[in-house]
Design a binder for this molecule. Structure first.
Ligand code: GLV
Ligand code: MN
Ligand code: MN
Length: 411
């Protein structure tokens, strides 16, 4: 049995080939969840996994499990993975790195003819980004945060159902989500922020993830003629939304340095230059490492929205569509990540993730941890997102050694 080795160039080539699926002119990727591009990316991954000797299974919400058997067939799998869906102007590494680092681990074990005791799995979680539907759907169902039936009825903005889109792309599988238990889950990911680059280290030992809440706000005014309706007689949903966004930003700036608030999505109806808009929907993304702050800030947000809607005679609906509490990862597994990085001679820094990840859901049902690598200028959710082949290879190496420590080497 040879010592398994990560092939950094093979990992890079796979990332670049995956990046061609849904490639954008600016160098990024658009593989929105359950789109044709998502299907094509999944198909490519499944082919590569089969070529690497894995068995592939798909569950009812489209999560893909690529398994490499261990010597103990009854043992729960030690798992890794991430997501293949992207933001509309996504980069080449967010999600894809964790999935393809997992594949590279499988390939290196296959090449070295290593048999682990526990089986290993690479998982592709469905719809992490939530550009369509809502974020973290596949891992959320796996962890029991929402049911298959609830996921099925989620709708994208054009009213398309999750269940129909999943069936359309051919990834509605048979496995009941959560039926297969995981012994552990380790997700590799680019940092998506500036801390590791500033520290000059290739490995982030992730101790946890901050909490996330999403609010969907719906304002109802009255469609009216832009030329004839006096200013005093308007119920203008766009003007109301603008005042609200300004107020929300003030709330966020007045909070502590860790508070984050974003309105990144706005839908205007009828969205026509000559008509005062009668309806606006927008999304508030709120993040902080502490539940108490999330709770208090959500209260302030709701008060502000009510006050401004009242002052402008706008109907107001506020629906919380996502609430993931802050997560602390499994201390023992986090130690194993740190120890693997040290053994390999890679510099490390502890870090709490600012971005959301599937591992925050899986942490509820299996010991979980994450490995970060730096990305240039901290830029992500942007076509210019970049991580160096060397850092990505270092992250995959730490992943390999953490998974091996957890799964055990067989005979
Ligand atoms: C996930 O991509 C997030 O928005 O944090
Ligand atoms: Mn991601
Ligand atoms: Mn992302």
């Amino acid at each position: 049995v040879a010592t398994p080795e990560i092939d950094g160039q093979r990992l890079w080539r796979s990332l670049m080939e995956m990046a061609e699926v849904g490639a954008l002119p600016g160098g990024g990727c658009c593989r929105l969840a359950l789109s044709d591009a998502d299907r094509d990316g999944r198909d490519l991954f499944v082919r590569w996994c089969r070529e690497a000797g894995c068995e592939v299974a798909v569950d009812r919400v489209g999560n893909i499990f690529a398994r490499r058997p261990g010597s103990d067939a009854g043992a729960a799998a030690v798992a890794t993975g991430s997501h293949l869906d992207t933001q509309p102007h996504g980069g080449r590494f967010d999600g894809a790195f964790g999935v393809l680092a997992g594949l590279e681990v499988m390939r290196s074990l296959e090449e070295a003819a290593v048999c682990t005791v526990a089986p290993l799995e690479v998982v592709v979680w469905t719809n992490e980004e939530g550009t369509r539907f809502r974020p973290l759907v596949g891992s959320g169902v796996f962890a029991g945060e929402l049911t298959v039936a609830e996921a099925d009825e989620l709708t994208a903005s054009a009213g398309v159902r999750f269940a129909d889109e999943l069936a359309r792309i051919g990834y509605r599988g048979e496995l009941a989500p959560g039926e297969r238990r995981l012994a552990a889950f380790v997700e590799a990911h680019i940092e998506q922020g500036p801390l590791l680059e500033a520290a000059g280290v290739p490995i982030g030992v992730v101790t946890g993830v901050q909490g996330i809440r999403w609010l969907r706000v719906e304002l109802t005014g009255r469609d009216a003629h832009a030329g004839t309706t006096p200013m005093a007689l308007r119920r203008d949903a766009v003007a109301g939304m603008a005042a609200m966004v300004t107020g929300l930003e003030e709330i966020a700036r007045a909070g502590d340095a860790e508070l984050r608030l974003t309105v990144g999505r706005v839908e205007v109806s009828p969205n026509s230059g000559g008509t005062i808009a009668g309806q606006v929907r927008f999304n508030v993304d709120l993040r902080h490492p502490e539940t108490a702050t999330l709770e208090r800030t959500e209260g302030e947000i709701r008060q502000l929205l009510q006050r401004l809607a009242g002052a402008r005679s706008l109907g107001l609906g506020v629906r919380r569509v996502l609430a993931r509490p802050p997560v602390a990862f499994d201390p023992e597994l986090v130690d194993q990540v740190r120890a693997a990085a040290r053994r390999l001679g890679h510099g490390t820094r502890e870090i709490v993730s600012g971005a959301g990840h599937d591992a925050m859901n899986i942490a509820g049902v299996a010991p979980s941890a994450m490995i970060f690598v730096p990305c240039r200028d901290g830029i992500s959710h942007n076509e210019a997102e970049y991580a160096s082949p060397e850092d990505l290879a270092a992250g995959a190496e730490v992943l390999l050694h953490t998974l091996l420590a957890k799964a055990g080497m067989g005979p």
